[in-house]
Design a protein around this ligand. Structure first.
Ligand SMILES: Cc1ncc(COP(=O)(O)O)c(C=O)c1O
Length: 461
């Protein structure tokens, strides 16, 4: 069928064919039909080129994922070798393969908690779905079938599958999808800038939202709540960095009621925030962890759920009763994905990338914060190599622009004109470059951004 909405692109062009055939994730379809797609053609290091030969510097690491940058020949070699040796094997029914074993061992060694078992998936969403199911399975196994609810947070992002999409606390991911499902609760977002009351100190703000959490737990019944899930720094919700002491107070509350802590490190893991995991930057003591994205630098899809041995142990008898552990994916422990992820993690260490990211992160934060005085900028926030700039209509009152004004989208388009890839989350501009970025390239990102931001200001005026 010819695309009924668009006919500007030459027939047969990739743009025209995209418009005819694809159902795009996370896209405004009407706008897409008006504007058409950007076709990515090739990428190397921190640069990407579209099909017209235009060069972009990558300020978003794809979708927060290409930590090692693009086009690493060593990972292509490992993938090709593994495909020739054992292109597929499974972990069902006790089968196994070397790359999965080695990767599980490696991940356990890296964990900032006493890790017991590693379950493999392919995406952040399936990892968090697995987290929910493991929490249910565990509490059934230990004879607490009533302890099932999961507390997530408004503006948190944990994926889009039925359970993980329910954990996500963003309206666009619920509306018309009949989500969230029952048993998933959302507590306050720890954004002092947006949620702090007038005259409230940061400490008072934290105390108030932790009190709200305590009240929620009491209202629901602590015996009904299994776990709390959080990203150390919220990503897709607008790069929200919680105030100092927030997680410590949250965890003190959770511990009173044996509520477990699911640490969603899908974005923050592997050096993003200036430490190995976001848990270390933000003072979290995880019970379990989800990782994806940078674990394989997105060369191939891979996610993992890491749990302590005490959660695994009661499963042994249950699976013997039932006959199997009734959860797992065809591609859980895919040997090619596992081999590539393992080599990716080794390369990050061999190249001292975590220390590099922490060091360049200082320059990045300095450049980011230099926009704080700009008339369009309400708040600048971030840690390490992740950050955001929130654009507002009124700096003094923090009044946002009307969503229909499309200010963030305009700024994003201007960045693209400048040859800079960033992502607008509403009117918040997110930055999350590959960890291999250099000081000089950080300067390039923000020089281009400055032009785009000033152009956006002119456009508004
Ligand atoms: C913190 C977090 N968790 C989970 C997900 C979902 O990951 P995926 O898109 O691989 O399903 C994302 C994706 O951006 C994420 O940022």
């Amino acid at each position: 069928m010819a695309d009924p909405h668009h006919n500007e692109f030459p027939p047969g062009s990739l743009e025209a064919r995209d418009l005819e055939h694809l159902l795009h994730p996370a896209t405004n379809f009407k706008l897409h039909h008006e504007k058409g797609p950007t076709v990515h053609a090739r990428a190397e290091g921190v640069y990407m080129w579209d099909n017209r030969g235009k060069q972009y510097i990558e300020g978003m690491a794809g979708l927060w994922c290409t930590a090692l940058g693009y086009g690493e020949p060593e990972l292509a070699r490992v993938a090709a070798e593994q495909m020739q040796t054992l292109s597929y094997s499974q972990l069902f029914s006790g089968k196994t393969n070397e790359p999965s074993i080695l990767l599980a061992e490696k991940l356990k060694q890296m964990m900032p908690f006493e890790a017991g078992r590693v379950f493999f998936g392919l995406s952040g969403s399936d990892a968090n779905d697995t987290q929910v199911k493991l929490m249910w399975y565990y509490h059934n196994a230990i004879g607490k079938p009533e302890k099932k609810k999961i507390i997530s947070r408004k503006r948190g992002y944990h994926g889009v599958t039925v359970a993980s999409g329910s954990l996500t606390g963003l309206p666009a991911f619920h509306k018309h999808f009949d989500l969230p499902i029952a048993g998933i609760l959302h507590t306050d977002c720890p954004s002092y800038y947006r949620e702090g009351l007038s005259g409230e100190t940061e400490t008072d703000f934290v105390d108030r939202i932790v009190k709200n959490l305590a009240d929620l737990i009491q209202a629901e019944g602590p015996e009904t709540i299994a776990a709390f899930i959080a990203e150390p720094i919220m990503g897709a919700g607008g790069v929200v960095v919680p105030p100092a002491g927030y997680f410590q107070k949250v965890q003190a509350e959770l511990k009173k009621h044996d509520i477990l802590f699911i640490d969603d490190e899908v974005i923050c893991g592997f050096g993003r925030t200036g430490t190995l995991f976001g848990a270390q930057s933000m003072g979290i003591e995880p019970t379990t962890m989800s990782v994806a994205k940078a674990v394989s630098s997105a060369y191939l899809p891979l996610s993992a759920v890491i749990i302590p041995e005490f959660i695994y142990e009661p499963f042994i008898e249950v699976t013997a009763d039932v006959g199997t552990f009734g959860h797992g994916f065809t591609y859980s422990g895919h040997p090619v994905c596992a081999a590539v992820a393992l080599r990716n993690l080794e390369l990050m260490e061999e190249r001292d990338l975590y220390a590099h990211a922490a060091r360049v992160g200082e320059r990045f934060q300095e450049r980011l914060r230099s926009f704080a005085d700009h008339p369009l900028v309400g708040e600048v926030r971030g840690a390490g190599l992740i950050g955001a700039i929130e654009l507002v209509a009124d700096k003094a009152t923090k009044a946002p622009f009307a969503p229909s004004a499309g200010v963030g989208m305009h700024c994003q388009a201007q960045c693209e004109n400048q040859g800079l890839i960033i992502r607008n989350l509403g009117d918040t501009i997110a930055f999350c470059p590959p960890l291999i970025i250099t000081d000089k390239q950080v300067d390039e990102v923000f020089s281009k951004f400055e032009v785009a931001l000033n152009e956006t200001l002119e456009w508004i005026r």
